[in-house]
Design a protein around this ligand. Structure first.
Ligand code: GLN
Length: 547
């Protein structure tokens, strides 16, 4: 039976609860334990798949095809444990499950209430797979006191109450604001937020206190006294230069020690943190810098391309260089010549996206990379745009385009070299899409394998003949145009096992130009940089030597 760590937040949002949870997972692993991380989101959307990246950051896709919160990306990056559909849930999904049961008559006509029906549903979710791991780390989204969050707090209170002593602990992440005028750190908001937690029956075992200034011992003792927490379980969490410094920094601050103490695990196994020390060494002692232009659409919000930003950093870790990624709005290239914008970059990345806006600009970025021999990585939509560009410029299909934009425009304007696939094979299962499928239900989602062509750049990067990568898209490159594109120097270096779906394309006479239909960024980790990102950054390093 797993031990449970519940991670809650107080005072304000955006304190880095997800990062703290992920770092704790890594620290427990470094002590030889197995972990699984889970996110419970109090919002009422049923899943994050249809939420705008502007509002909610990127959608993180799991191997089993769930569209989840980007915090699951953090969890995977820090622990390497592949997230599953059952590691993320929203209040909307919980209520939907309860209401579906009610409609089916499962409750035999009884009155349906938050306690016990909604809380039971939450507790059942918490228990999934509990026999497979030593520790289950469950993060509750939002902050204590949010109306939507109440059923979740009540459920974890009950859950801990029903388990034996020392089987569940509560970590609360708070903020100590600094008042410049008086030069003081303020503990009152933390006291209030713990008071709020205790009012609903939860007494935190560990407090993780975010602060921009050093926390004097006197203040720590005061927090311990007023919040009824042991002084060595009041853990300072200062701002870090890199998120990957979190495991080492939190370890030095005593976080994992305090967690094990709260579980009464003694003696605690010693941690082996050498791999994290190596990551920090590579980040802090980078031998040079490369500049990568990311030409996309959702450029207003950092979190919209979270995994890509992280995967580029990992590519830098693999090559011992710093990667400076600069985000450029693709729409600019629809009005202006891309050359002055893109000259000076050592590589260009065009990420995934939906909808027509900005696509002509992405096509221009792909053309610039191809004709100027700049390393290029096209991800999903970025691959499709590279194919359209070559089809238009070389394969004699001046009106090449994607069916996606014709569907949106309601009329046919393009020769669809990218088309909507209606049925395909996943493993040994046939999958079909119908126009009546709910939004989000019509995509090719989750892990699919690809066979790599021997001798290709893709095969060289992976050092393997078959790979499995995560997908999230509706449209595909039409292989009926394969011959024409091959005549223009394109290599179809990764194909679905049935040979119908192009998974990777590359250009033969180019230093490094690769397009992938899947999302390699979702599987990249600091301790295991993704092979394509490592190879892409390597190509950027080589390009930087030529300049
Ligand atoms: N919009 C494209 C499709 O649905 C690409 C999706 C993506 O980049 N994730 O196929």
């Amino acid at each position: 039976m797993a031990r449970y760590v519940f991670i809650t937040g107080g005072v304000v949002s955006s304190l880095g609860k997800g990062l703290a949870s992920a770092a704790l997972g890594a620290l427990l692993q470094a002590r030889g334990f197995t972990v699984r991380l889970r996110k419970l989101d109090p919002y009422l959307n049923v899943d994050p798949g249809t939420m705008s990246p502007f509002e909610h950051g990127e959608v993180f896709v799991t191997d089993d095809g769930a569209e989840t919160d980007l915090d699951l990306g953090h969890y995977e990056r820090f622990t390497g444990v592949p997230a599953r559909a059952t590691d993320s849930i929203s209040a909307g999904r919980i209520y939907m499950n309860v209401l579906e049961k009610e409609r089916r008559g499962d409750y035999l006509g009884r009155t349906i209430q938050v306690i016990p029906h909604v809380t039971d549903e939450i507790k059942a979710f918490l228990r999934i797979g509990e026999d497979e791991t030593d520790f289950m780390l469950c993060e509750i989204g939002g902050t204590v006191g949010d109306i939507e969050g109440l059923p979740f707090f009540e459920a974890i209170r009950q859950f801990a109450h029903e388990r034996p002593r020392h089987a569940c602990i509560f970590v609360h992440v708070t903020l100590l604001p600094f008042i410049a005028a008086s030069g003081e750190l303020k503990t009152k908001p933390t006291q209030h937020s713990v008071k709020e937690l205790r009012a609903i029956g939860i007494a935190p075992d560990v407090l993780l206190c975010r602060s921009e200034h050093p926390i004097p011992d006197k203040e720590r003792e005061k927090i311990a006294l007023f919040c009824n927490v042991r002084p060595d379980a009041v853990i300072p969490a200062y701002d870090l230069t890199s998120i990957y410094a979190a495991p080492l920094a939190y370890h030095r601050a005593g976080f994992d020690r305090a967690v094990l103490d709260a579980f009464a695990i003694a003696p605690a196994p010693r941690p082996d943190l050498r791999r994290w020390e190596d990551v920090i060494d590579r980040l802090e002692h980078a031998e040079g810098e490369v500049r990568v232009a990311v030409v996309g659409k959702y450029t207003g919000l950092d979190d919209a391309y979270k995994s890509i930003a992280e995967a580029l950093t990992h590519g830098g870790i693999a090559n011992r260089v710093r990667v400076r990624a600069e985000w450029i709005d693709a729409e600019i290239f629809e009005r202006e010549d891309p050359a002055p914008w893109l000259e000076g970059f050592h590589a260009i990345l065009v990420p995934g996206g939906f909808g027509e806006r900005g696509t002509e600009g992405k096509i221009k970025a792909a053309a610039f990379a191809r004709l100027r021999a700049v390393p290029y990585l096209g991800i999903c939509l970025g691959m499709q745009m590279a194919v359209i560009e070559l089809a238009r410029d070389c394969a004699g299909l001046a009106d090449a385009g994607s069916e996606e934009f014709d569907v949106e425009a309601g009329r046919r304007r393009f020769t669809p070299v990218i088309y909507h696939l209606k049925e395909w094979v996943q493993g040994n299962r046939r999958v079909e899409r119908r126009p009546t499928d709910a939004k989000g239900g019509t995509m090719r989602l989750g892990a699919y394998s690809a066979l790599l062509a021997p001798g290709s750049r893709a095969a060289a990067a992976y050092g393997a003949g078959e790979v499995e990568e995560r997908h999230r898209h509706r449209y595909e490159v039409d292989i009926r145009y394969r011959d024409r594109l091959e005549a223009c120097g394109m290599v179809f270096s990764g194909m679905s096992p049935d040979g119908r779906l192009p998974e990777i394309v590359e250009l033969r006479d180019h230093p490094w130009f690769v397009g992938v239909q899947f999302h390699p960024e979702l599987k990249s980790k600091p301790l295991a940089p993704h092979p394509l990102f490592a190879a892409f950054v390597r190509a950027a390093v080589e390009a930087s030597r030529l300049v």
